[in-house]
Design a protein around this ligand. Structure first.
Ligand code: GAR
Length: 213
């Protein structure tokens, strides 16, 4: 039986679409359990529905607290027999109420080479700091924001004439290549959270990428 991944999004959903695309290959180890957005206008919901994937909106604004919203997301994930969860541009901070229930089974992709540039506006900040390499990180989610054990990273070179948008586009291309590989490796049981570290079984080429684009 394939492990089933639930994908949480808030908007465009290009990382989600990349995982859906990978899952079309019968040999891909993960099956898509469901896609959940916290915003009704999330474009990714249409993409998922067009592929016949169960896609639902759980609008956080209609819940009285973070915890009641998280209870509903948890309930929907369980209903769709989700084994693990991939946050893919999910822009709502999750509390320990949710995170502890998915401990070791909750991944996020963040648009920087962590631990640099946690939080928002990562591409602007990378340019301000003058870093020469930038990229993305897939990590286990822990209660502290963007601070969980690192599973995989993808790097791009920063060019002198880069703008935040141009840099973001090159990083996103690496995200879209990296995240499906990590989700596949997770489904195959090759990634585990052990003693606060991500244990990745072999296969560095699968889980670290450098793009010279
Ligand atoms: C991606 O760049 C992802 O790394 C980032 O949002 C974008 C979503 O794009 N996530 C975060 O900033 C999380 N804090 P997508 O909707 O096209 O996948």
């Amino acid at each position: 039986m394939k492990k089933r991944v639930g994908i949480l999004i808030s908007g465009r959903g290009s990382n989600m679409a990349a995982i859906l695309q990978a899952a079309r290959d019968p040999a891909y180890p993960a099956a898509i359990a469901c896609v959940i957005a916290n915003r009704p206008d999330a474009k990714g919901l249409q993409t998922a529905r067009a592929e016949g994937i169960p896609a639902l909106c759980i609008d956080h604004t209609s819940f009285p607290s973070r915890e009641t919203f998280e209870d509903e997301v948890h309930r929907a994930l369980v209903e769709h027999q989700t084994d693990f969860v991939a946050l893919a541009g999910f822009m709502r901070v999750l509390t320990p109420h949710f995170i502890t229930r998915w401990d070791g089974r909750l991944l996020n992709i963040h648009p920087s080479l962590l631990p640099s540039f946690r939080g928002l506006h990562t591409h602007e900040r990378a340019l301000e700091e003058g870093v020469k390499l930038h990229g993305c990180t897939v990590h286990f989610v822990v209660p502290e924001l963007d601070a969980g054990p690192i599973i995989a990273q993808g790097a791009v070179a920063v060019w002198p004439d880069d703008t935040p948008d141009r840099l973001a586009a090159r990083v996103l291309a690496v995200e879209n290549a990296l995240y499906p590989r990590v989700v596949g490796a997770m489904a195959a049981g090759r990634i585990t959270l052990r003693d606060g570290r991500a244990d990745v079984d072999g296969a560095i080429p699968d889980t670290s990428l450098v793009s010279f684009a």
